[in-house]
Write a protein that binds this ligand. Structure first.
Ligand SMILES: Cc1ncc(COP(=O)(O)O)c(C=O)c1O
Length: 416
């Protein structure tokens, strides 16, 4: 197996002609002509850094990211040790220090102090912890948007249903490309009972990169909290929670950070430690203490390893790569009248997620299933409540050829 350094040094060459991508590229001349060699990122091949099945074109990190081989090996080693002597890492005998190492890495990566960082199982888990820890009262209002993912909104809906809290949502229409308009709508919807703004950093639906620094500043100017669902951001783009200025930030380990499934991170700014008090972390923010139960040490250790990898490549470089692929895909798809792109054009609101509407005659879930079965192309149908569409995620391991391949397939398979 090649070392990371060797892999990183190695420039990508053309996709093998034996892959689905290679075969299709030969049949779609407009896209083939635009194919360029890829950049600094590791070559994807069987036996290499990722375990992708041969020929798979995975543009679906926004749903779940892949673990790199090195991450799996690190987790596996600890897991096997744990099974050879189940209490080996128990409590003060070691698991605490293993988990704490990941906490330190995560805090460094997201730009906060380790005392502001907690390990969770998912973004949803983190958002639930925030909502539960707020001790909301009947009549309190939460301001959010109509583009939130279930994992970022259920917590507020729960308090609305059982505790008389009111959830107000501003509308962000698909195709929105105006940060000032979003800010104005938020500003106009803040009432005296509003306790916080809860918003995604990147919308799962359209991939719009929300202007969080401005929203945090607005929240602060009104004396309310800004809570961010960062499921689609950490690992995809640079995230520095202090620069964002939010009070809390929940994210997933198993998407763009490429950590083990069932891992997540929660940032709570020091300023809110007395205001947001999740039961889970009441006694301690440490990962493994008597009061918060046994944790998934192997997974948490793997998450630390995965973040270290992202750091070693450099998140700025990764963001640039992801955006350049996404912008390329944007260009390819915007040349087709079969789809309507609902993600922002290249610029400050763009993210590595790109979504488009498909014709009403297309049932998006079976369409996406067909793409996987027929072409080994993995993308995501958007959630029904948003629009009849499909979503692409461009990450570190993806290549220009894959993006061109995906655009070519969409062109071929959609009617019209
Ligand atoms: C914006 C957003 N929030 C929350 C989630 C849920 O993430 P998790 O499964 O880590 O709870 C997702 C998953 O796609 C998401 O896109």
């Amino acid at each position: 197996m090649k070392s990371n350094k060797q892999n990183r040094r190695k420039f990508l060459t053309a996709f093998s002609a034996t892959t689905a991508g290679g075969l299709l590229m030969n049949t779609i001349s407009p896209y083939a002509a635009l194919a360029q060699p890829d950049s600094f990122l590791p070559e994807k091949e069987t036996g290499s850094e990722y375990l992708f099945e041969p020929g798979l074109v995975y543009l679906n990190t926004g749903t779940l990211g892949p673990c790199r081989r090195e991450t799996i090996e690190a987790s596996k080693k600890v897991w096997e040790e744990l099974e050879s002597l189940p209490l080996k890492y128990y409590g003060k005998w070691g698991a605490e220090s293993l988990a704490e190492k990941t906490r330190i890495t995560a805090a460094r990566f997201l730009g906060c102090d380790v005392t502001e960082m907690m390990i969770t199982n998912s973004t949803t888990n983190g958002m639930n912890a925030i909502a539960q820890g707020l001790r909301l009262k009947p009549g309190d209002r939460i301001l959010t948007t109509d583009q939130e993912h279930g994992g970022g909104i259920l917590c507020w809906k729960y308090f609305e249903k059982y505790y008389g809290v009111v959830v107000d949502s501003i509308i962000i229409p698909p195709g929105e490309n105006n940060a000032a308009a979003i800010l104005n709508r938020i500003n106009d919807s803040i009432r005296k009972e509003t306790r916080l703004i809860s918003i995604s950093h990147i919308f799962s639906s359209t991939g719009l990169r929300v202007p969080v620094p401005e929203i945090s500043a607005l929240a602060r100017s009104k004396g309310i909290l800004c809570i961010v669902d960062g499921a689609q951001a950490a690992g995809a783009i640079k995230v520095n929670v202090k620069e964002l200025g939010c009070h809390a930030y929940a994210t997933s380990g198993h998407k763009w950070l490429m950590g083990p499934k069932g891992t997540g991170l929660l940032y709570l700014s020091k300023e809110v430690h007395d205001i947001i008090r999740p039961i889970q972390f009441e006694e301690s923010y440490n990962t493994y203490v008597d009061s918060n139960g046994v944790v998934n040490s192997a997974g948490i250790l793997g998450l630390g390893k995965a973040i270290e990898y992202i750091e070693s490549v450099g998140i700025t470089k990764i963001e640039e790569h992801n955006l350049s692929l996404r912008n390329r895909l944007y260009e390819r798809l915007s040349g087709m009248n079969k789809v309507t792109i609902v993600s922002p054009a290249a610029g400050p609101l763009a993210s590595p997620l790109l979504a488009c509407l498909v014709p009403g005659t297309i049932e998006r879930t079976s369409f996406v299933r067909m793409l996987l079965d027929k072409y080994k192309l993995s993308i995501r149908p958007t959630h029904k409540q948003w629009f009849n569409g499909i979503r692409f995620s461009c990450h570190i391991f993806n290549t220009e050829k894959e993006v061109d391949f995906a655009a070519g397939i969409i062109h071929k398979e959609l009617p019209g």
